[in-house]
Design a protein around this ligand. Structure first.
Ligand code: SF4
Length: 952
């Protein structure tokens, strides 16, 4: 049941308020209650909180316990919350809070600041932006896009001004944070099916694999524990026995980065023992498609017919005893009975010659039989062959889901591991039906009003209807272009084209890092890359560029270094693989201005020219990211008076728009064209930005009303109704491309999971073959030997050293946001630490708590050790999120990470291997970097001379 709360406009006094005054007990009294949540990237987050107010400040917050029942017969999500959420008001009023606009004095990073007025700060920033636009072009203004620390309110105004209106460049958020799952993308043509909601009750086998939800999914984890009462078996697979192992039925330790070998041996067992679902494999996957044995390429219509298509594929029809075209508009084969057997058959090619073909499935079986017996895999991954067979049989017989977090995408060959996991699920019909599947994350469903606002020319519902009508027309046009396209495929084609025309607001940052941030040398180091990379990275990059695979999205241009950098809630110098020292060496000198918009002083803020104070949760109206994993829009109210002079991002960027307009007027600059020839006007910038809206309340009210007008929320929803209930339920999943990617008819009251439209309605996948694709015959994939998922050893990134350093979200912070919160720090060791196997440390004479030097060929850092027998020998763990300034010398694990990207992910020009925002692109990895650990009193433990003095 939902409890109604009062707002500060109608404060509800605590029954005790009058009686208590002063002292400890007075702390727990209040004069009003508001809805709150924490609009950060704690996906899916959205926990409903009550913020208890006193004198305009948050006295404390509490889990509201108001999650509604979403599905009849399925328990609600209560209680949803975590210890960071429960301590957020301490962060709000913490010492790291920035209260006034600050301008750097002295050198960057020197720590000397002057307090300036908003007017002065924004006027100076506007001048720098106009200098960049006039002297080098708007693309030299770069917004490092992150989920930001303020949710929907933070990201949208930033993008609107810097990118949409001024023509700046935003780096793709999914590469910046590296939460892109390349293996999902290669297989499904999209990385982001979320797994849906309410379906987990039917799961009978849950593999927690490369994930530690007890640390990282605190609000949701209880559902895993509860599922065991419903007969679900929980198995944890990870190198180290962690908190998630304790609550599992079984834990199996897997050598870091070898999970593909484990999964493929399970696949082999399933095929060998006839446990696979032939119906699912034939219908849903590309495995029945014929492959030519001479070229290793799929048999295409262009092989057999003059003028034939390169995208028409064939199976062998055992009924008609001839090749049969694979339908492109449906997965259903009709009367055709595709063969999976291993017979080699001859087909006549268009030139009269003959080629031998066989189904991809037969080639896969041969590969698995040859390389992935459980005994062979056991040698690689360390899991007993008996266990491998037993696990395989369980997966085949039970409705299985894989609980996989954001760890694998940070392994060099994580794509291969993901592809092997999906093969395991695909062989056993374990996706697209309730209780099965594998989740990722996704934005884009729900708050349609934000996108609508961006297309409006004036406020109000009449204009909203005009925008919606235009959208409908566009969708009809796209659908008419190719009748075989599903709405999802048509939408993807549309967004791919828009990205190439610079209309989507994001570019893949790999090129920015390569050209402007000093990564070229590292990515060309053959010792740190994949040995199958026969040519240099440069050569592959050149081929990719010459082929036009990344046309239109390589920004800023190689010969136009970035000039102005905006960080809005992001923390590049903490997060970027390669670390603070690398970026300061290569990128920082090029930047004429660095602006951090943040509510706290991050490491990046410390090295910026301006730090602008943003308001935080409870100080601005905001929504948690709406997603298909949560059919609800959760609201956080501006209940508290913003600290100091802090402003919402809306107020900051609309004021900046005004300053840019004024400064342009003074220069006589009315308009300019960007490198794509689009005109940007400056004389009406403020009106274009705001449509006349000033207050953040008015803005979010417009978003909610427009979302309701689009049919995504019930008619009549607005800011007032959100304030009353704290949330609104979506009426359907929506029409954005990322929602269409869920391929589900999600509706309130009905559990759903991703990919149901594929399995239940035969809707094609957005891949080259229009099927879940396990065989990629792109020339580069053939060159790499990765046409099928295979196991490859992790490259020796960082050099040939005895330890692999792994990581993951820590328990005490969402990214680095809470990592300096004293209260949370006091719940553990209170400072960064390296977790190391007890015996291994003893062998090196290292004591618990002793500070050690971790080093490799990239760099080093000093850190105290925490001993734990649960860590695998040969592994050390440094959890993610620590601010560099929490380490000595301000260097942490990111300073030993080379930030390699996998060369193969530069591939394009092949069906679905093409860029669109948050999808296919190279992303840097940081797991399983090679390091050594030395006692600090040994001769080798001194700080490396070249690093000395870089930061005092
Ligand atoms: Fe929930 Fe995120 Fe807040 Fe924690 S920080 S309580 S996960 S919304």
């Amino acid at each position: 049941m939902v409890r109604e709360t009062a707002r500060r406009a109608r404060p509800r006094a605590s029954a005790h308020a009058a009686r208590e005054s002063g002292g400890y007990r007075d702390k727990w009294t209040w004069d009003g209650v508001a809805w709150g949540t924490h609009c950060v990237d704690c996906y899916p987050g959205s926990c409903m909180y009550h913020t208890y107010m006193k004198d305009g400040k948050v006295a404390f917050e509490e889990v509201a316990g108001s999650e509604p029942v979403m599905f009849e017969g399925i328990p609600d999500k209560n209680p949803m919350g975590c210890q960071k959420g429960a301590a957020w008001s301490r962060t709000l009023y913490g010492q790291e809070r920035v209260l006034h606009p600050l301008r750097r004095l002295g050198e960057r990073g020197e720590g000397k600041w002057e307090q300036v007025s908003w007017d002065d700060a924004l006027a100076d920033i506007a001048e720098h932006m106009l200098d960049a636009i006039e002297q080098a072009g708007p693309e030299t203004i770069v917004h490092e896009m992150t989920p930001a620390e303020g949710g929907t309110m933070a990201v949208w105004p930033t993008q609107r001004l810097l990118v949409n209106l001024l023509g700046g460049v935003a780096t793709d958020v999914n590469a910046v944070i590296n939460d892109f799952q390349p293996g999902h993308y290669i297989t499904w043509g999209k990385f982001n099916p979320t797994g849906g909601a309410g379906s987990e009750k039917l799961t009978k086998l849950r593999l927690i694999w490369h994930c530690n939800p007890v640390y990282t999914q605190i609000p949701n984890y209880h559902a895993v524990a509860e599922s065991r009462y419903q007969g679900c078996e929980v198995i944890h697979l990870a190198p180290d026995a962690g908190p998630s192992s304790i609550h599992a039925d079984y834990f199996f330790s897997v050598r870091p980065g070898t999970d593909a070998a484990l999964a493929l041996a399970m696949c082999r067992t399933i095929i060998e023992e006839g446990l696979f679902s032939e119906r699912f494999v034939v219908e849903q996957t590309d495995l029945p498609l014929l492959v030519r044995l001479d070229t290793k390429r799929f048999l295409r219509e262009s092989d057999v017919v003059d003028g034939g298509s390169d995208e028409q594929f064939y199976a062998w029809d055992t009924a008609g005893r001839r090749i049969a075209r694979a339908p492109r508009s449906t997965l259903r084969w009709g009367a055709v009975k595709p063969a999976l057997d291993g017979r080699r058959r001859q087909v006549r090619l268009k030139d009269g010659s003959r080629a031998e073909v066989t189904p991809a499935f037969a080639l896969l079986r041969e590969r698995l039989n040859q390389d992935y017996t459980p005994e062979q895999a056991s040698e690689v991954c360390g899991v007993n062959p008996y266990v491998i067979r037993s696990l395989a049989r369980k997966v085949a017989r039970k409705r299985t889901s894989i609980y996989m977090g954001m760890n694998l995408c940070k392994y060099y060959h994580g794509d291969l591991i993901q592809r092997a996991m999906l093969l395991l699920l695909g062989l056993t019909s374990n996706w697209g039906r309730l209780g099965s599947g594998i989740g990722s994350w996704s934005p884009g469903s729900g708050l349609e009003g934000q996108g609508i606002f961006s297309q409006k020319q004036r406020t109000g519902l009449e204009e909203t209807r005009r925008v919606l009508a235009l959208r409908a027309q566009l969708q009809e046009m796209l659908a008419a272009q190719d009748k075989s396209d599903s709405p999802e495929i048509a939408a993807i084609d549309g967004i791919v084209n828009a990205a190439r025309l610079g209309m989507t607001g994001m570019v893949p940052p790999a090129f920015f890092w390569y050209h402007h941030c000093g990564y070229r040398e590292r990515w060309n180091n053959p010792e740190w890359g994949d040995p199958t990379m026969r040519r240099s990275f440069d050569e592959y990059l050149k081929e990719a560029m010459d082929s036009g695979w990344w046309e239109g999205v390589v920004k800023p241009d190689p010969d136009k270094p970035p000039r102005v950098l905006f960080e809005v809630g992001g923390n590049m110098l903490r997060r970027q693989r390669g670390g603070r020292s690398h970026l300061q060496e290569h990128l920082w000198p090029k930047l004429k201005l660095i602006v951090s918009v943040d509510w706290r002083m991050s490491t990046t803020g410390r090295f910026s020219d301006y730090v602008l104070p943003a308001s935080q949760h409870y100080e601005k109206p905001n929504f948690h990211m709406a997603s298909a994993a949560m059919l609800q829009l959760k609201f956080s109210d501006n209940a508290a008076t913003p600290q100091g002079e802090s402003l919402s991002e809306w107020d900051i960027f609309r004021r900046l728009a005004k300053k840019v307009e004024e400064a342009a007027k003074a220069r006589g600059l009315v308009e300019y064209a960007d490198s794509l020839g689009r005109t940007h006007r400056l004389d009406n910038l403020y009106q274009a930005m705001t449509l006349g809206i000033e207050s953040a309340d008015e803005l979010v009210d417009e978003w909610v009303r427009d979302t309701a007008e689009a049919g995504m929320l019930k008619k009549g929803e607005n800011l007032k109704t959100m304030r009353k209930k704290g949330y609104a339920e979506f009426t359907r999943a929506g029409e954005s491309v990322y929602t269409l990617n869920q391929a589900t008819d999600a509706k309130p009251g009905k559990p759903y999971t991703s990919l149901q439209r594929n399995t239940e309605k035969g809707m094609p996948y957005p891949t080259l073959t229009r099927r879940a694709q396990f065989y990629i015959d792109h020339p580069w994939f053939l060159e790499a030997g990765e046409e099928f998922p295979v196991h490859k050893e992790n490259p020796k990134m960082g050099g040939d050293y005895p330890f692999v350093m792994t990581s993951g979200h820590n328990r005490w912070s969402v990214h680095s946001m809470n990592i300096t919160n004293r209260m949370l720090l006091q719940t553990h060791r209170g400072r960064p630490h390296l977790v190391m196997n007890t015996r291994e440390a003893a062998g090196r004479g290292i004591d618990d708590g002793e500070e050690v030097r971790v080093y490799n060929d990239v760099g080093d850092f000093l850190v105290p050790v925490k001993l734990s027998p649960s860590v695998m020998p040969g592994q050390v763990i440094c959890y993610n999120g620590w601010e560099p300034y929490q380490f000595r010398e301000w260097r942490g694990p990111m300073d030993v990470e080379p930030g390699m990207v996998k060369w193969l992910h530069m591939a394009g020009g092949y069906g679905h291997l093409r860029y669109w925002p948050i999808q296919w692109q190279p992303t840097p990895v940081d797991r399983a970097v090679r390091v050594d650990v030395a006692k600090i009193d040994s001769a080798s433990a001194s700080i490396r001379p070249k690093e000395k003095g870089r930061r005092s």
